[in-house]
Design a protein around this ligand. Sequence first.
Ligand code: WT7
Length: 649
Amino acid sequence: MSDSKVYPVSEELAATAHINNEKYLAMYEQSINDPDAFWGEEGKRLDWFKPYTKVKNTTFDPHNVDIRWFEDGTLNASYNCLDRHLETRGDQVAIIWEGDDPSDSENITYRDLHQRVCKFANALKARGVEKGDVVTLYMPMIPEAAVAMLACTRIGAVHSIVFGGFSPEALAARIEGAESKVVVTSNYSLRAGKSVPLKQNVDKALEHAAAKALVESVIVVKRVEQDVAWTDVDVWYEDLVAEASADCPAEEMEAEAPMFILYTSGSTGAPKGLKHTTGGYMVYAAMTHEYAFDYKEGDIYWCTADVGWVTGHSYIVYGPLANGGTSLMFEGVPSYPDNSRFGRVIEKHKVNQFYTAPTAIRALMQQGEDVLGDSDLSSLRILGSVGEPINPEAWEWYYRIIGQSRCPIVDTWWQTETGGMMILPLPGATAAKPGAASRPFFGVQPALLDADGNELEGATDGNLVIKDSWPGQSRSIWGDHERFIQTYFTTYKGYYTTGDGARRDEDGYYWITGRVDDVINVSGHRMGTAEVESALVAHPAVAEAAVVGYPHEVKGQGIYVYVTLQAGFEQSDELLKELRMHVRSEIGPIASPDLIQFAPGMPKTRSGKIMRRILRKIAEDDFDALGDTSTLADPSVVDDLIEHRMNRK
Ligand code: WT7
């Protein structure tokens, strides 16, 4: 798009940033031509117990996908985030915690955090957790969440964080999938002044026989003074740490030892637990955090994500703390006590880098230009965006209203699978174009393929793939390497398939156009349409369900559901409500359908396959261009679907 607006790099940043354009080009070239030398050098940003002598040993060959980085080195993630900083910055704030209630905040120094982590690590050991065991964290955004993560990695346990908005059903499935013996949670969580019964959800999850048989301990943080039901596996976090010693040496881990699992949705089947390992992930998280935000000593950095998502792993906890940074952790929501909250927090803590999601920007944008009130935003230096494509209108608003037309916006494209940022405009190097993720990070070789797998050259559209490994990449799906290979390395042989489509413009900038598979992105939350469908058909009234995304002003995509009822069931407002509640209880509130249409029949081919293309078009209110419908078994169903469509512009 040659007519797109370009925001050049400021002279000041070009002169002072870690990476300017010249450096970017030279480093990028070396990272591709000599990855061993490049990453061998970058790996030194961590402290290793035993230095590596091998750097890259990876293959995307679909018969044998095998990814190893720094494989003969040993290290510990928690040590790199804590111990190594104690001498130089023990009294520096590691985590600024800002509670749901604006009067509730806390500064935790590196020394404090180290102590708390050591104690909880010993507490985990006392509950029988050993190296290699999986600990499930189902927690609100409180310091104990970061403490628990770092305590796990300290003793070589693997954490599996389940976002606190997921239902007991979803939690049970993840406990079972990871064969986790210990769950860490809190009695309640607080959101916009209301308490959410997290512990009660754990109890419900443990009504599943398989989960119950596994779990030996549920460790409960007392977030609020409120009672909860108690069982014989439950133990208070506070009681455990009160008796624990603060002396807990960090376990020496191999670079390729699993560090954490994180479940994410795909186009088919149940969510998969992506496995990340220690050395490569930590190098990549630390490096991308430093360069993307031009992070400098003493900066106050705030990422608004939840630790339940990969963004929270890499860019609230591991990246910033590995860099000895100060990371702000926010428990609340942007609209409480009122819509100026983001501005108030930036002002209160003098935030320098602010990293949020387009859906949050669009929600604020709807409130008008004075939404942040008289908040003083002058501390801000760099803004980031993540989770979905940012539409140019939201980009401009973000730039003007929050960035006061002086802070660059770093639009970061990446995935749970990639561990860290992949395509982004480095603030001192790359002129920004609103809506473009722009240029690849070091070591990342994007390519665009046509449907037959041919690499396309020049300015064009295509399926976004990555040609070779980078250190932060997920190594496998927990317990199912075959599925890992099937999902990411077989569609286009020899490449990592991202599932996204992209356009490359004449300047070589990448513009992410969205998923090309049956995954939708609702408020930056990733969801498989198949998952929502299988939740729906589990309801007795539903004979068949089809789920598609449609453009939604704030959420990016909304969830549009078509259901065909079982004989004997009538459509009603009651039933609509019930189906919504049903999906919420099967998956969680984030999967709640926006629009539900009762459909007497689905548009199917003669072989019985639902033609989703047609359902998508109707959901988009764009039914003039349905394309060829002649292969449908019963073309007349389309007329009914159009007549009763729910999204009318
Ligand atoms: C999917 C990954 C990245 C961490 C949070 C989400 C979409 C993410 C961008 C962006 C365009 C983006 C992609 C990707 N996505 N960031 N800056 N521009 N699209 O991680 O839940 O694994 O979702 O989110 O579609 O594949 P995730």
